[in-house]
Write a protein of this length. Structure first.
Length: 227
């Protein structure tokens, strides 16, 4: 069996320890950047929801400012964002390469996307429920937690799943500038040295990771979706 794998994946077998480390590095980036994206994007999505026209905390200036900033960063291709934010990454993280150097651009690249996903998920909450909660005298904070968030668990689970999958793709792209992880591994060996077995192994791992994320997200969303 071992000989079969050596013949089928000769380059991967030779670089096995590097491959495992690349997988670990990818999920470290996914974990750290994902946590920051979740918190920041969640807050921004709520702010956009409650400060919009007709919102429970309507404020056109806050809404417009955050809306413009979100659109601005969403319009910048991630590969450009990677290089543009190198000075900021160096200032914050002490380096612009490897895992630490990738966190800042990953957050800037994914937060606007997740912000819109959260905003879209919360927008599915019935206006009637919000109006009823307001009539009952609930505070804006109560309405956010007891109405918006409670009624949007399913959509928010889907939004988180989509963002986690998107972020995984961004971590692979970050390998172009030496961020480490599977993207860097596939480029250095699969592309630059024409080791196709390494390229396909990387693709398989990413597909499996996406499938796990999708299954987990769909399960949570299904259990929390009102029929």
């Amino acid at each position: 069996m071992n000989n079969f794998f050596v013949e089928l994946l000769p380059n991967l077998t030779d670089k096995w320890s590097d491959f495992i480390q690349a997988i670990i590095d990818t999920f470290i980036m996914e974990l750290w950047a994902g946590a920051l994206v979740f918190v920041i994007g969640f807050i921004f999505g709520i702010i956009l929801t409650v400060t919009r026209t007709g919102g429970i905390l309507e404020n056109r200036y806050i809404y417009k400012t955050l809306d413009i900033i979100t659109n601005l960063f969403r319009s910048i291709p991630f590969i450009i964002l990677l290089t543009a934010l190198m000075p900021l990454s160096r200032a914050i993280m002490g380096t612009a390469i490897y895992i630490r150097g990738a966190i800042v651009p990953l957050v800037f690249g994914a937060v606007p996307f997740f912000t819109r996903q959260v905003q879209s998920a919360l927008a599915q909450t019935s206006d009637g429920l919000v109006e009823a909660a307001t009539a009952m005298g609930l505070s804006p904070l109560d309405i956010i937690f007891r109405v918006y968030l409670r009624e949007s668990i399913g959509p928010l689970a889907r939004a988180t799943t989509i963002t986690a999958i998107s972020l995984l793709g961004l971590t692979a792209m970050a390998g172009v500038v030496g961020a480490g992880g599977l993207g860097d591994f596939a480029i250095r060996y699969g592309h630059d040295r024409n080791m196709t077995d390494i390229t396909w192994a990387t693709v398989i791992v990413l597909v499996l990771a996406v499938s796990v994320f999708q299954f987990a997200g769909d399960t949570i969303a299904k259990k929390n979706t009102h029929e």
